[in-house]
Design a protein around this ligand. Structure first.
Ligand code: SAM
Length: 365
């Protein structure tokens, strides 16, 4: 077996015997007596949480089949957290050690004046890294403004370069606009610009090499993501085009790859570089190599629900606290409690897996 494949060995897997009962039952809701006012966000598995993903809207201008249904009842505007509410939450989370923020959605560029939110979040003491995940449809118009507001990291989702396959996957047209948006982001100064492509067996194989070549040509970092059961469609494990298959295809059709020198086996993306200096490729193997045991993420939905996992079945209503003038300490305790109650992992590969009732667009990708 080639050397690189060793890097695909799974992280320590969840111990089947370590717990019983449904995934959403929390181990306990008591907080450790060691918890102090400023102690970091640590769960009962020792995972430190410093990464907050914030959904700014549940609306989207695409309808990716693996993500959301065609017909959706969107939230009323009044239900969305305001920029001030989001920023207050970020300030409180920063006091607990959160230093990394990613804005997402829905499609975040549909939220009016997103650059103002970027500016507000970048200015929060303790926040050192603010990123955005977008489908790129509106990026040409926004890239420079976002960069000027202080955004430095941008991920653009693009599953297919072929217009017909793009339409098949997103149920909309627009691949040209996404490509223009990606190039606009490069021009505005974003470095690196990462491209995320979901990999679905029988659908996306023919896109892997063209996307990889496109990324090499334009100095982008391509990342392939294993298809997860979080959309409105019928997920099956057999539909996942697995990390090792993507790697083999890239080596066969594009160029040889080796793990990057600063390879971090605990990071969500396994990173490789082309041996011909063609840049980097990342693979996010959420199914074949779950990284739950090194997860450092919490998520805030557009209407202010705090989730400790993409696949969580429970959430905390932070908006009611924010709008009820709860103290910073009360909100901090809510965050701490949510992290404390985090389960071991998503359990997609076990019979216990329960798909959350919300689809990806309503959680925030
Ligand atoms: N609209 C923005 C975008 O397209 O990037 C942000 C939200 S979107 C939900 C964030 C990411 O989640 C996208 O890269 C999308 O491809 C990914 N995603 C959505 N459903 C997925 C699924 N079932 N499996 C894997 N990734 C998924």
């Amino acid at each position: 077996m080639p050397e690189r494949i060793e890097y695909l060995n799974p992280l320590p897997m969840l111990d089947e015997s370590s717990h019983s009962g449904p995934r959403h039952s929390s181990p306990t809701t008591h907080h450790s007596p060691l918890t102090t006012h400023h102690s970091p966000l640590i769960d009962t598995f020792g995972r430190v949480h410093n990464n907050l993903r914030i959904s700014v809207t549940d609306r989207c201008n695409l309808r990716c089949t693996y993500c959301m249904p065609e017909e959706v009842q969107f939230l009323d505007k009044a239900e969305l957290l305001t920029f001030e509410e989001i920023t207050r939450f970020v300030s409180i989370a920063a006091g607990l050690g959160v230093d990394k923020i990613r804005l997402t959605g829905g499609e975040p560029l549909l939220r009016r004046d997103l650059a103002s939110l970027v500016r507000m979040v970048v200015a929060v003491p303790g926040i050192r890294d603010v990123g955005l995940t977008t489908n790129g449809i509106l990026l040409t118009d926004h890239a420079q403004r976002l960069y000027d507001a202080g955004l430095r990291r941008i991920n653009v989702s693009l599953d297919a370069l072929d217009p017909d396959r793009f339409r098949q996957m997103t149920r909309r047209d627009g691949v040209d606009r996404v490509i223009a948006g990606i190039l606009a982001a490069k021009k505005a100064g974003f470095e690196p610009v990462k491209i995320n492509a979901v990999s679905i067996r029988g659908v996306t194989e023919a896109e892997v090499a063209p996307l990889a070549r496109f990324a090499r040509e334009h100095g982008l970092e391509m990342r392939f993501i294993e298809y997860m059961p979080i959309g409105a469609d019928q997920w099956e494990r057999g539909k996942v085009y697995f990390a090792h298959e993507i790697l083999e295809q890239l080596e066969r059709e594009v160029a040889p790859l080796v793990p990057v020198e600063d390879y971090d086996p605990r990071a969500p993306a396994m990173e490789f570089r082309y041996t011909d200096d063609g840049g980097r490729v990342g693979i996010i193997a959420s199914i074949s190599r779950p990284f739950c045991m090194s997860c450092n993420r919490i998520r805030l939905t557009a209407e202010g629900k705090l989730r400790n996992c993409l696949f969580a079945l429970d959430e905390i209503d932070v908006k009611t606290l924010l709008r009820g003038n709860a103290s910073a300490e009360t909100i901090a305790q809510a965050i701490r409690g949510n992290v404390h109650d985090k389960w071991e992992g998503h359990e997609i590969n076990t019979a216990r897996f329960v798909k959350p009732p919300r689809t990806m667009h309503a959680i925030g990708g």
